[in-house]
Design a protein around this ligand. Structure first.
Ligand code: FES
Length: 152
């Protein structure tokens, strides 16, 4: 039986019902069609599914949608301001912070949290904070450069 859920996603209020066992990741992708958030491992190991929940980064594959009643979710689709990219998106473009791009939405959501939470003080600190976001193409140096640019 489905469970009622109301939450805000990228500034838009939703009132709907969800399968009790639906992960936040599947809910975002399949019910809201926000496919920018990626499914890599589906068990908390790769970071491709990273979103923000009330401003905190979360691996959306590890939590159930029903746990987020009344909360505010931000996905990669919610970062830009209309046609204007978020500064972290600009910096990833400028520094080539991706190759295939599959991990990029998760990388960017973590990168934004990294700067906001004050963990971008040094390269070591950035790499530590970002260590849950795996990039198979190995774009790490460029990702770090992008974060350092935004941090200023
Ligand atoms: Fe969630 Fe890999 S898909 S951590």
């Amino acid at each position: 039986e489905k469970i009622p859920l109301s939450l805000k996603v990228n500034g838009v209020k939703h009132k709907l019902s969800v399968e009790p066992r639906a992960t936040l990741l599947d809910f975002l992708r399949e019910q809201l069609h926000l496919t920018g958030t990626k499914k890599g491992c589906d068990y908390g190991q790769c970071g491709a599914c990273t979103v923000h929940v009330d401003g905190q980064r979360v691996n959306s594959c590890l939590s159930f949608a029903v746990m987020h009643d009344g909360q505010e979710i931000t996905t990669i689709e919610g970062l830009a301001d209309g046609d204007k990219l978020h500064p972290m998106q600009e910096a990833f473009v400028k520094h080539d912070g991706f190759q295939c791009g599959y991990c990029t939405p998760g990388q960017i959501m973590s990168a934004v949290a990294c700067v906001r939470e004050g963990h971008a003080g040094s390269e070591t600190e950035i790499r530590e904070y970002m260590s849950g976001n795996i990039c198979r193409c190995g774009a790490y140096a460029n990702i770090v450069a992008a974060i350092q640019e935004v941090k200023g």
